[in-house]
Design a protein around this ligand. Structure first.
Ligand SMILES: [Zn+2]
Length: 227
């Protein structure tokens, strides 16, 4: 059974998720549960300490930082995780240009961001990523960014949608590499078929379900009404 903890970090109020299960994994620091950090947006020593304390209190060993996309507000905490836990950074190489331009992009939002780490595991080459007893399926959903992926856990039927799909809205497509027709195609063809019962945990704001969005999200109903 996958467990999920949400933290809302940095001035852009980005959702960082820690996911794990009860699988015991022995290691030098004792027997712990392997965890992944999805979209690490921790941006200050205080936010770093919140994450580090959560790992320690719950007996977690972070083993990968995995990203839905390369925007700085979703990746500015990866450096701390790599430094502290020596873990790989997984993201799509199609978003590498965004990671490389993070300082400039952050400046447009009035924020300062240190250089972001390079990608260690290219999600453009993979169908899934596993840790503990959990496998997250990689679902390409370009549109908000060219390399955006959603992460689907089929046992708990949970989908991490990053900035593709939010409760009652969708991600913006006016930033570099964004494309409105692609984000709508990704939502209609890749996300909706997963099923209405699937729980959606987005990169900003509250969680929702695919069923609620298919019936109420105005961007989706506009397209479905035309079909
Ligand atoms: Zn974004």
């Amino acid at each position: 059974m996958m467990k999920i903890a949400r933290f809302t970090f940095n001035p852009i109020a980005e959702n960082t998720y820690v996911v794990w299960d009860e699988t015991d994994t022995p290691g030098p620091a004792g027997t712990l549960h392997e965890a992944a950090v999805i979209d690490a947006g921790n941006s200050s020593p205080a936010e770093n300490r919140i994450l580090d304390a959560f790992f320690a209190e719950n007996g977690l060993r972070p083993v990968v930082a995995v990203n839905t996309h390369g925007h700085f507000d979703h990746a500015m905490g990866v450096g701390h995780l790599k430094q502290t836990y020596d873990i790989p950074f997984a993201a799509s190489s199609a978003d590498a240009f965004l990671l490389e331009n993070a300082a400039t992009s952050a400046g447009l939002f009035g924020m300062q961001v240190a250089e972001l780490p390079p990608i260690d595991i290219d999600l453009a080459d993979r169908d899934s990523i596993s840790f503990g007893g959990i496998t997250l399926q990689i679902i390409p959903t370009p549109g908000h960014t060219p390399g955006h992926v959603c992460l689907f856990e089929p046992v708990s039927r949970v989908l991490f949608t990053g900035d593709t799909l939010f409760a009652d809205t969708i991600g913006r497509t006016d930033l570099p590499g964004g494309d409105y027709s692609w984000i709508m195609r990704s939502i209609i063809e890749q996300i909706l078929p997963l099923g209405g019962d699937v729980q959606v945990f987005p990169g900003h704001g509250r969680d929702t379900t695919i069923g609620h969005e298919a019936a109420n999200n105005p961007f989706i109903t506009e397209v479905l009404d035309q079909q």
